[in-house]
Ligand binder design. Sequence first.
Ligand code: HGY
Ligand code: MN
Ligand code: MN
Length: 415
Amino acid sequence: MPIDRDRLWARLETLSRITEPDMPWTRRSFTPRFLEGRAWLAEEFRAVGLETTLDAGGNLIGRLPGTEQGLRPILIGSHSDTVPSGGRYDGMLGVLAALEVAQSLIESGRRLRHPLEVIDFLAEEPSEFQGLSCIGSRAMSGALTDEHMELRRADGTSLRDAITYVGGRPDQIASETRAAGSVAAYVEVHIEQGRMLEAEAIPLGIVTDIVGIRRERITVKGRADHAGATPMPLRSDALVGAAKLIERAYEKALATSRDVQPLVATFGKIEIWPNAANAVPGSVVMTLEVRCGSEAAVAAFGEQLLRELAPALADVRVTATAERVSHVAPVACAASIRSAIADAAASCRLAARDLPSGAGHDGVFVSRLGPVGMIFVPCLDGRSHAPEESIEPGQAEDGARALAGTVDLLDERLD
Ligand code: HGY
Ligand code: MN
Ligand code: MN
């Protein structure tokens, strides 16, 4: 399937320009801007000849029937939502590379044996609903719970209502959940969001496994006081306690950097009350995110941190509690898909290397439905989740060519 580099690049440019103008590049899930991007994508899906629908979980699906009855679909795609002030390629590259492969297949007049589904998964990035991510792929795979549906964002909207807002049908999510084994294969093209491929000048990465991610809401309780009239020894400054937790989490995670499975820990979101220059912070709520290839290490980190620091927090008269927000176990990519990617890379004459994904992806949930694999392309200086995220048109093309080859091989090899 010949890949049209210019067409793929033009679509990437067009989609990335659908952004909050004051925060390039931002297209947060469940916002009018997201719907603007979705409307454009749906139009592109239809224009190339895909049967285009929105499933109950709010995933945009473009389907191309196969030639053989009864074969399970091959899924390709990614997500079109972004983090705030994110990049132009995280997620978008995977959706538009998949669209390019489907369009190239349709233009060639050929048909696969298997049905092909091009998917834009809803809300892959941590959402405003307590940071819940991978909402569309959770819905598709039966991992979206009733509790999740009742999560509310700051304006009081429930996730259930937000899914309706983007055109999903919350009440039908359960009946539309796909069964284990119902997917022949899922392959996603994504930017590496790390530095390995660029450092080794290797154009393709074959993902071995997708990291496990645990998010906990840490609440540090102190006492709000007047910042001028309260002597230091009498304060219960919640932010001082939070600072001790942040510092220790950094040190604990840094110490694992040379381990076989290094662990990373981030406090990326923090809220302070009353958050006033002349008030001693009474409480702090912050999100601890821990990632590692070892699920046990991910599960234990937060609890160990609070236990180790309890005396130091008591010394400054504050307490800390943790509440689990989400916990996703690491997932191994399927050997059958990894070898198809390796063979496709070879036939495209593109060097490739195995590497783990430190980023989370929808494949973690789609793996409940069938074998998953990912193709990485390098991004400039490994930067992502930042406006500096950058790739070259040729790198986008490499990813799409590898995807096209992989789909062809899987179509041949799988039943
Ligand atoms: O956060 C992640 O790992 C992914 O980019 N959503
Ligand atoms: Mn991301
Ligand atoms: Mn992504």
